[in-house]
Design a protein around this ligand. Sequence first.
Ligand code: ATP
Length: 455
Amino acid sequence: TEKTMDKVVSLCKNRGFVYAGSEIYGGLSNSWDYGPLGVEFKNNVKRAWWKKFVQESPYNVGLDSAILMNPQVWVASGHVGGFSDPLMDCKDCKTRHRADKLIEEQTDVAPNGWSDQQMMDFIKEKGIKCPDCGSTNFTDIRKFNLMFKTFQGVTEDAKSELYLRPETAQGIFVNFANIQRTTRRKLPFGVSQIGKSFRNEITPGNFIFRIREFEQMELEFFCKPGTDLEWFTYWKDYCHKFLLDLGIKDENLRLRDHEQEELSHYSNATTDIEFMFPFGWGELWGVADRTDFDLGQHMKHSGKSLEYFDPETNERYIPYVIEPSLGADRVALAFLCEAYDEEQVGEKDTRVVMRLHPALAPYKACVLPLSKKLSEQATAVFSDLAGHFMVDYDDAGSIGKRYRRQDEIGTPLCITYDFDSVEDGCVTVRDRDTMEQTRMPIANLVSYIEEKIAF
Ligand code: ATP
């Protein structure tokens, strides 16, 4: 399984999905750049999410709020006071660890909401070891705030200090009243947003699983108090289905409900949707019923009313909120791990296939002229398709080799233009997964591909 991870990472680097950041300068630790295939793939992931969480949802609208916000936002949200990781150092090898992660990894207990003392006691009691040297000798827990600081304007004093947002959610909460008023929405309704977030993670790693600059896809769904648990279940199922529909196998998913003691004080229910990565279970999607905590905090700190007037009951109340929060990079990694396959073909031959859902594949098809003599006609087919989809064109090497190159990057269809094509206006379409070949008119290609990539 470690091997699978190495293979996915090296395929990503070699084929242009993901490169190490600032590589020619020796890199910047745990930063990654999405290459030509990676940007297409990740855009497709985000597009799929937007389609389901905005376009097709009768309830939700979109937003694109600023990364830099008034610092009071982070006081109200609790990030200034409380957004810190419980750090401990191994006294023997001096490696730094997150106490909560040590507990999770070695006991499968999730210490959410525990005090530092509780964690330290538990670590001692269970004999939890330093993963690097095996020692059970740790320092006490220290807190470290995860927000990146920067300055606005020409002075670098405390008054001009700002934070890079550590989540996109707060941009939604502070715009709640604007959105409700301008869209004239009645409850329930939701606001979806995709954007960069920044966290100065202590233990980044596992490729793009935990990084310091990442993208989130968050929905804040506002509803009437008392209806929140129903909506919580609705969105949890909706998220689960989203992953299944895009090709994640149910056996690689686990919905982990937080126990009463594990819940944040303001949460009525929380479920983590976890994926079996090659390195173990990891959280993909946090789905939480956050009650009126966030809007309530912003009301208190801003002095502005964020209450909703319910025209049906003539009541005024602070809406409750359901928050499904997903990392774009993290779910992209899950799709890549799920898709990676090595298939035995023939006696001594294997092929690497990225079995990505066609909606997510960077290229939907590749046009292959059988001979360079056919490049003019094949280019015309390419140009026509390129008006509709991302398509590739490859005329280098044997057809077999070209098929394999496309298999490896997940292209669902290869379209071969041969000498008969000139006469009959047909091409041979080869399917990535079944390797079956079908002859079809060039005129049918667009609708055929459209059907193939539907999601
Ligand atoms: P973790 O326990 O893994 O640190 P979290 O519980 O702090 O995650 P949330 O604050 O709930 O995560 O963030 C919501 C989602 O954002 C996560 O489920 C994950 O998909 C994504 N995410 C959070 N931190 C990172 C990161 N450092 N790199 C990539 N994705 C992240």
